[in-house]
Design a protein around this ligand. Structure first.
Ligand code: HEC
Ligand code: HEC
Length: 208
């Protein structure tokens, strides 16, 4: 009896120690991964590079979906390079960056960035185009990108305050089929010509 009880206690403590150890390893791993992201996406995902999206403050669901899409190469991975850190100037792309991340890593990193603040880009925009863009947005995009595209929990990204050059590229990727897109968004996007796209990105870029 005594032996059985002791074994039970022993077993419990082993499980607990194992649990703590796993948490520490996972936390250290997240720090390391997030450090890599910061070399391009900036501190806490508040990118200051106009061709690299701000990702801090996006919903965890949106981030997981897109990281998985890069991993499966369903989403195009345009070439880019490290902007700071020890690899500064080295060429790479998002597919290479997520290649060795496990599903658990992806979830942890997405959780981390979803808890950061979305710091809107301060950038130049064309006020006339922005006004036209707002009309297009209200008419075609507001249904899914609510409150002018400012709501993280819509799980569709937040175009409001995102960098204009990045948005321009994202729109081209959707239009050309290089990036997966909701069928209903495709229908709306097909109604927008090149000038309309430019108006839309200026509208989103005008939101501070
Ligand atoms: C070498 C620079 C670089 C590094 C390092 C990097 N990224 Fe990126 N990231 C980019 C670029 C450039 C894009 C835009 C690519 C595109 O148009 O698809 C991007 C796009 C993304 C997107 C899509 C955002 C959106 O709005 O659709 C997510 C999510 C993302 N990165 C997360 C991460 C995470 C997490 C890490 C760290 C594990 C990371 N990135 C590391 C350059 C980088
Ligand atoms: C039926 C719903 C729906 C409509 C309508 C819609 N979208 Fe989207 N949009 C989505 C979804 C879903 C995503 C996320 C795709 C993903 O996870 O990569 C998205 C993503 C985006 C992104 C990428 C954000 C990022 O950070 O990478 C942009 C930009 C965008 N939409 C612009 C528009 C514009 C402009 C319109 C109107 C012309 C529009 N959308 C209409 C559902 C919609």
């Amino acid at each position: 009896m005594v032996f059985k009880k002791m074994a039970g206690v022993l077993c419990m403590s082993t499980v607990l120690a194992g649990g703590f150890l796993a948490n520490d390893v996972s936390a250290a791993n997240v720090d390391k991964l997030v450090g890599v992201c910061a070399d391009c996406h900036g501190k806490n995902g508040a990118s200051t590079e106009s061709d690299i999206p701000i990702i801090g403050g996006y919903s965890s669901e949106f981030l997981v979906t897109n990281l998985k899409a890069y991993k499966s190469k369903d989403r195009d991975c345009p070439g880019t390079k490290y902007r700071s850190g020890s690899k500064k100037g080295t060429k790479t792309d998002m597919c290479q960056i997520v290649k060795d991340m496990s599903p658990a890593d992806i979830k942890d990193v997405a959780n981390y960035f979803s808890q950061q603040k979305f710091v809107r880009a301060k950038q130049k925009f064309d006020p006339v185009l922005a006004k036209k863009g707002k009309e297009l947005h209200d008419d075609l995009c507001e249904k899914c990108h609510t409150e002018g595209g400012t709501v993280a929990d819509d799980d569709v990204g937040m175009p409001a305050g995102q960098w204009i050059p990045y948005l321009r590229q994202a729109m081209e990727e959707f239009k050309s089929g290089k990036r997966p897109i909701a069928k209903k968004m495709k229908v709306k996007l097909d109604e927008v010509d090149k000038a309309g796209l430019e108006a839309l990105v200026n509208y989103y870029g005008s939101i501070r």
